[in-house]
Design a protein around this ligand. Structure first.
Ligand code: ADP
Ligand code: MG
Length: 330
């Protein structure tokens, strides 16, 4: 049984950045406004995320890493959001099958924090009372210690670290009222810091640099009930943008970082009429869509997303972008 669990876990968590993304989403779901990440050896040796969210009550700790333990399936309709948010209650359980997990957490109602360690889905001993602030610290150590094949498939620690910084950067551009930081274990300097009250431009500048954050254009679409979209909002580069570096578009659908190649291709195509040859656009789009429209069959680790009325929605965003860009040109 344990082998089956381990293999299943290795299907869901395939890399440090993948584990981190799940944990960041949990922190955001818990209402955190600050999110601090510590990384050792590309997250393989150690990956720690500290948030100031709701915390987890002591009673919930014993089953926290059991499969399908979730506090997020209260209503029946929520089942439909599985499409957008991935399988429920599988992330922490999976991580605990392939790494050593230690959780320190405190709710506002608790007098002290509680600390518990987990392995293979189980809490190892009763939680210990410790000092701590409101919020949750999740420490993941020795990722894939029991899965040499996964460990071998990873890139070098510095490449894995690069992917971690990239994902934190993308979340920090999108999650506007949240402060982020990331640093390597043992370093005194942060590799990335975004303050809670940073503006959109500040966030983009911090992550992608000065040249990218200059003269950005807003892009926005209203709700369209026929296409099942609630809103589309974003920031994209101005035609005078001069960047040779190719930055994969920052796409969020229902607040989850995704990739959508057809959309990326379409928008780049629009830009090709406006940007001088060789210049690459920066694109950040946040699409809020009826969760029912998002393809259920997309595996949680696959970021590529598909949704209903995809072609029409892409077409709509395209013409909006085209209009904005042509307006600037004249
Ligand atoms: P899911 O997010 O689908 O519910 P997870 O395995 O990712 O499943 O997390 C299990 C549960 O653990 C969550 O539903 C939540 O109740 C709790 N949890 C995990 N991380 C945090 C956190 N940082 N703050 C508060 N609660 C958390
Ligand atoms: Mg989760």
């Amino acid at each position: 049984e344990s082998v089956v669990n381990k293999i299943a876990a290795g299907e869901i968590i395939i890399s440090p950045v993948n584990a981190l993304k799940e944990m960041m989403e949990n922190s955001i779901d818990a209402g955190a406004t600050s999110l601090d990440v510590l990384v050792r050896d590309g997250g393989i040796k150690l990956l720690q995320i500290s948030d100031n969210g709701s915390g987890i009550s002591k009673e919930d700790l014993p089953i926290l890493c059991e499969r399908f333990t979730t506090s997020k399936l209260s209503k029946f309709e929520d089942l439909e959001s599985i499409a957008t948010y991935g399988f429920r209650g599988e992330a922490l359980a999976s991580i605990s099958h392939i790494a050593r997990v230690t959780i320190t957490t405190k709710t506002a109602a608790d007098r002290c924090a509680w600390k518990a360690s987990y392995s293979d889905g189980k809490m190892l001993e009763p939680p210990k009372a410790v000092a701590g602030k409101d919020g949750t610290v999740i420490l993941v150590e020795d990722l894939f210690y029991n899965m040499p094949s996964r460990l071998q498939a990873l890139r070098s620690p510095s490449e894995e670290y690069g992917k971690i910084l990239d994902v934190i950067g993308r979340y920090s551009i999108h999650s506007k009222s949240i402060g982020f930081s990331c640093k390597k274990f043992g370093d005194s300097q942060f590799a990335l810091t975004v303050k809670m009250d940073s503006t959109d431009e500040d966030r983009i500048r911090t992550v992608f640099g000065n040249s990218v954050s200059k003269n950005l254009l807003d892009i926005a679409l209203d709700a369209d009930t026929e296409l099942n979209i609630m809103s589309v909002k974003g920031k994209v580069s101005n035609p005078d943008f001069n960047c040779k570096r190719s930055i994969p578009p920052v796409f969020f659908i229902n607040n989850r970082l995704v990739s959508c190649n057809p959309l990326a291709r379409a928008l780049r195509q629009v830009y090709s009429n406006y940007l001088p040859k060789g210049n690459k656009p920066f694109i950040h789009l946040s699409i809020m869509i009826d969760p029912k429209s998002v393809d259920v069959n997309v595996h949680p680790t696959k970021r590529e997303v598909r949704f209903l009325h995809q072609d029409q929605i892409i077409e709509k965003i395209n013409s909006q972008l085209n209009e904005n860009l042509s307006h600037i040109d004249t």
